[in-house]
Design a protein around this ligand. Sequence first.
Ligand code: CA
Length: 236
Amino acid sequence: MATATRRILLVEDEKAIREAVGAYLEREGYWVTPASDGEQAIAEFQRHKFDLVILDLMLPKVSGEAVCRSIRDSSDVPIMMLTAKGETEDRVAGLELGADDYLVKPFSPRELVARARALLRRAHADTEPQRDKLIFGDLEIDTAGHKAFLGGEELDLTASEFKLLVTLARYPGRVYTRMELVEKVLGYDFEGYERTIDSHVKNLRSKMHDDPRDPNYIWTVHGIGYRFEAPKTGEK
Ligand code: CA
């Protein structure tokens, strides 16, 4: 990579995971600063400038949630939460606290690196002006013209479906909770409307011929919401 070395703060109290993940990220060319508890994490964060924070939720001394809140007070650095299986509510809370993504243990180092890379790319893209055209494989979204095309054919989308697609596609890989989508797409925040998002997603998928069991673009994140992914080249 031609870009400057990215600095990652890796907060994890389990030594084996911390060392394995740290070694993997370093092999990928990242500069890794490890921290083994919440207190140390906050101290390191104040001392250096980081491009990404990987943050375990269950930590000694200061919890991952408190660390996340403390970081968000002063910075919009991308934060990836690490959570144990079955902590769905914690995950939602984490995303609502301002984390950008989460990964459920046990995860593969390869997946962690892919997600880290996506977050770093996205953070970098945020500092650039928003593009009018988003292109992912066969899908082309003209955000200024409010049109979307799949394989050159214009999709017949409602205003809400279009907004939903643009919201998801602006940040591939980012997980959106249903509540966030309700707020961004429908503009109100009623819990009862979360199901409305599901039906918009259903209609959008059907118009895009996107099979929910084997999606090209829109992925269900069980118990949480949805995310958009650029289709893998060479597939389908
Ligand atoms: Ca832990």
